[in-house]
Design a protein around this ligand. Structure first.
Ligand code: MG
Length: 275
């Protein structure tokens, strides 16, 4: 294949000074032959306008905090606004909006100068559905148990790497969340899954949660509604947060209109099913 590509690119260069119509008449002939068609009629993917940078909220995001006020959060009386950020107060806060499967962007900064050690240094947490904690901690040159450091699913798994910036600098979490599903009898049908990036670096890759994330007992699943809030923990440290937004997500939609087939000119041949 490399040599073909090479020849083609040389050819494309050669014809580039010829009228475009001449190129168009050449290129389709390369596509002749058998084509696989999956028989699915897809719904057009919604158009989403990205933010100015990848950290800025896209057009379909719900902005939970943009630096102006705390109106999207319950229980936030003790939290303080400061510039474009908010500083952790004496209680956990919980978003008024609730989400199912979603993408979350959140930025946070550990206190500077740093004080305390291990779990006592820059501790907070992002709780998906108000129940499942992804740890926020100053993990820059701060030893603690690995499944309790920044980016850990608390007491279940460490992050794959430590991508922490020094205290006072801004960290980003980009979280891709799949809700757990429960059967009617309350038993678990499928676990929650989380994929996450810390400062653009993959730290959790489709990790299946074992349940909730308490300090004092094993994780467990208990049936809950299909949507829940984002909560931010108060662990007694003045961690800062800014630029928080969430997008609800769902798989692409399509209808299987016919069986998959191969098209070759006017001939259409069903694809043989594997035994
Ligand atoms: Mg915490």
């Amino acid at each position: 294949m490399p040599s073909q590509t090479h020849h083609f690119s040389k050819f494309a260069r050669y014809v580039s000074h010829i009228a475009p119509v001449a190129i168009l008449s050449v290129v389709p002939s390369l596509a002749l032959g058998e084509e696989y068609l999956n028989g699915i009629k897809w719904t057009a993917p919604a158009i989403v306008t990205p933010g100015e940078t990848n950290a800025d909220a896209p057009s379909d995001a719900i902005v939970l905090f943009d630096g102006t006020d705390l109106s999207h959060w319950k229980n936030a009386d003790s939290w303080k606004l400061d510039g474009d950020s908010m500083i952790c107060g004496k209680a956990a806060i919980t978003s008024r909006e609730e989400f199912g499967d979603c993408q979350l962007h959140i930025e946070w900064s550990a206190p500077t100068p740093p004080s305390g050690s291990s779990q006592g240094r820059g501790n907070s947490g992002v709780f998906m559905m108000g129940r499942y904690e992804m740890q926020v901690l100053d993990s820059f040159e701060n030893d603690t148990y690995f499944d309790g450091q920044a980016g850990a699913i608390y007491k279940q798994t460490p992050p794959m790497v430590n991508a922490m910036r020094p205290p006072g600098q801004w960290n980003t979490y980009d979280v891709f969340w799949t809700c757990p599903k429960f059967k009617e009898d309350g038993s678990l049908e499928s676990p929650a899954y989380i994929t996450a990036m810390h400062n653009g670096i993959l730290i959790l890759n489709h990790f299946a949660l074992l349940g909730d994330t308490p300090f004092n007992r094993p994780p467990q699943y208990k049936s809950h509604p299909s949507k829940g809030p984002i909560s931010l923990q108060d662990h007694g440290n003045p961690v800062r947060f800014r630029n928080i937004w969430v997008r609800e997500i769902k798989p692409a939609e399509g209808v299987q209109e016919r069986e998959p087939f191969i098209r070759d000119g006017k001939n259409e041949t069903p694809v043989k099913k594997a035994d």
